[in-house]
Design a protein around this ligand. Sequence first.
Ligand code: BJ8
Length: 440
Amino acid sequence: MGVQEHRDLLSNIGVDVDRHATMMSMGLESYQNQFMSQENRPEGMKYFDWFMSEIQGGRIAEINELRKNKKPAVGTFCIFVPEEIIVGAGGACFGLCGGSPATIADAETELPRNICPLIKSAHGFKLQRTCAYTQSSDFIYGETTCEAKKKTWEILNKHHPVHVMNIPHMKREKDLKMWKEEIVEFKEHIEEVMGEKLSLEEMINGTKIINEKRKAMQRLDALRGLNPDVVPISGKDALFVNQMGFLDDPKRYTQKVNELCDELEKRVEEKTSVFEKDIPRLMVLGTPIAPPNWKLHTAVEGSGGAIINEESCIGHRYYKDNVDLDNIETEDDLMGELMKRYSAVDCACFTPNTPRIDKILQMYKDRCADGVIYYTLSFCHTYNVESHLVTEALEAAGIPCLVIESDYSPEDAGQIKTRVEAFLESISFKNKALKFKSKN
Ligand code: BJ8
């Protein structure tokens, strides 16, 4: 099982198999240490442990089987790419955002040092040929959300075909009109790859599959965060499940997340928690947390806190909205509903982006959280600058907040842990004082 069994396939798609095998064995070891050592994990995590072992093996074989049948395999970097259309075409859509420090030095041979690590890590994977997903993609779909990304596409395109979707930075009527045209163009591009037209039924079918996937993720979000007395799954495990949603087959993934949720429902009923009672409940806000970037969750949950939600693109921002299929009669109706759904994404690349702040305050209240961590990747200017507005609103609402800016290097792990410990201590102190006050 795993990459060894698929060496021929990996070599055929241009993976540097020896370097890839070394990287995978390090990744698996890190996963075992950080995830499998947790106590009282739900049984349903066994599937995701298995998926991790096949992440660059069995799943890659599945994707390449689709390609053999002329189905599109599309690598993406953003939740703005309408995966419904790719899945409707019978193809595979997968995330390529990098979360590893191991490829950054190679990336810096072509990219400046002072840009976001997510982009550098992914670019480095391409230069090293150590990501079997990148190697399996017929093309990469980039977007124009931030400066680092949109200029990187021009360089990445020298190594792998990249198409770019123009995402507006405002949401005025004229911007939304252009956005809808971009979705239509995207569909036409997928048709070009397939060599045939996509029917409305196929696209509706793809949308139904992805709606079901997002519903399952919403269910997991509710179970882990909306029950103030019990945390039935660790934040680290829930994050991993969300991360795998960008790689796994969507139908199988939905089934496995729902099975996990059935188990979590029982845990909630029986008040089976993976953490001690009264543990500080934290939300994480900010930039995407791509695998294997588990640094923050490991620091928080190894210091006596529980993460009950990620307000991030690998998290709530991805699954919060579904596409309304109730009144679709024509392709134009569907394109309009896709545009509506995608333009509800509250990425910091938009100006203004006030709905994000209102949403965060509501999420905090609904989850009876005790504090938030605003997490940005270094050199992510949009999320970094927006942190000022978000933290101002949090402060006005009396919500404890810790801002952490970090990259993928392990060097600041100790410093992050110390800051998290101090933050958790102050929350515990505040909670104890409130309890005392309410008793007297
Ligand atoms: S919708 S958050 S996935 S753009 S690459 S913006 S971290 S500097 S990923 Fe994103 Fe789409 Fe928005 Fe979500 Fe910053 Fe880095 Fe840019 Fe990034």
